[in-house]
Design a protein around this ligand. Structure first.
Ligand SMILES: [Zn+2]
Length: 101
């Protein structure tokens, strides 16, 4: 089981080769498009936005699904922030808590 219980171990996870490889697979699978924007009929690719790979079942609570491709989806930064309700939080806090890809 992957340990993601602390900020440090989550950091190690997000820089691991396994994650980086899988993240690329997810981006390829989703055609480098935000799937939430796509559902609204908008095309958001990495030319127009920062794309991030989101854990549908959150990493912190479901570490057993950390490397499950079916638990991952491509979101643009805006949608990802919406999902985690980060609009009210400072940019600094965001950077501290999770890596932005
Ligand atoms: Zn989006």
């Amino acid at each position: 089981m992957i340990d993601v219980s602390t900020r440090e171990t989550r950091h190690s996870f997000y820089v691991s080769t396994d994650w980086i490889k899988l993240r690329d697979k997810v981006l390829t699978r989703d055609n480098y498009e935000c799937i939430w924007c796509k559902a609204e009929g908008k095309v958001t690719t990495r030319k127009r936005a920062v794309l991030e790979v989101d854990h549908i079942k959150e990493l912190e609570h479901y570490p057993q699904h950390a490397l499950d491709i079916n638990n991952l989806r491509t979101l643009c930064k805006d949608c990802h922030n919406k999902r985690h309700n980060r609009y009210q939080q400072s940019a600094k806090k965001f950077d501290d808590e999770e890596f932005s890809w």
